[in-house]
Ligand binder design. Structure first.
Ligand SMILES: [Zn+2]
Length: 228
């Protein structure tokens, strides 16, 4: 299992299983289910469309369009698929609720992580101070060139921070840092957020990178679930 997934240490000692897959898997539900040793029906991935929509999954497990999923069910695993975008996993250690968020620049600038935390608070009485977060491998500030309008939109949603820089005439943005800033502005303690230091574009042998592949490529998954 070790070469196939990256396990974020932030959830160590808690009743939760969480990991980010690498290229050694293709990110298909049946592969994830096999690693977890559960039926495929116990793994839920939404139909992602770069929206700002978060959904709560309980017993109705029909695939729905969303870019964030929340559940309080035990022994049930939720996730998102990415190939440069940022996968974010959340765990409320008090109310026993988990979330998985797909945050590209559009989702980040539409505050999808903040909206997911707000939905956990409204529906499960989550206090942001009880949330642990893992931000998985994605394209980083070393490689992610964007237009200035992206910098503006992400800053508006996430708050001021040192997550972008200029590269000659161009701008580079570090979306994992922007999402950490967004979580901190939502009340999650900084020290409860783990950030992968890997860049998918710098490591194309290990991760799928949409930009490195110039389009068509596979997807890796960020998966989380509460274990019995
Ligand atoms: Zn890079």
């Amino acid at each position: 299992m070790n070469d196939k997934v990256v396990v974020p240490p932030i959830f160590d000692g808690h009743h939760v299983t969480a990991f980010f897959t690498t290229r050694a898997l293709h990110g298909f539900v049946h592969e994830i289910a096999k690693i977890l040793d559960v039926p495929s029906g116990d793994v839920y991935l939404p139909i992602q469309k770069h929206t700002d929509k978060a959904i709560i999954i309980d017993y109705d497990r029909e695939p729905k369009i969303a870019d964030a999923v929340i559940t309080g069910n035990r022994g049930f695993f939720i996730g998102v698929q990415t190939a440069d975008c940022v996968p974010v996993l959340l765990y409320d250690k008090k109310q026993q609720v988990v979330g998985a968020v797909h945050a590209g620049w559009r989702g980040t600038s539409e505050s999808i992580l903040k909206k997911t935390i707000e939905m956990m608070a409204q529906r499960f009485y989550t206090s942001p101070s009880d949330i642990l977060i893992a931000i998985g491998p994605s394209i980083r500030g070393c490689c992610y060139e964007v237009g200035y309008e992206v910098i503006e939109a992400v800053t508006r949603a996430s708050g001021e921070g040192d997550y972008f820089r200029t590269k000659g005439e161009k701008y580079c943005i570090d979306l994992p840092h922007a999402n950490r800033q967004q979580a901190v502005s939502s009340g999650v303690p900084y020290e409860q957020i783990w950030l992968s230091d890997e860049c998918t574009y710098c490591l194309p042998d290990k991760y799928y990178s949409y930009r490195f592949a110039k389009g068509s490529t596979g997807r890796q998954c960020g998966i989380i679930g509460i274990v019995l």
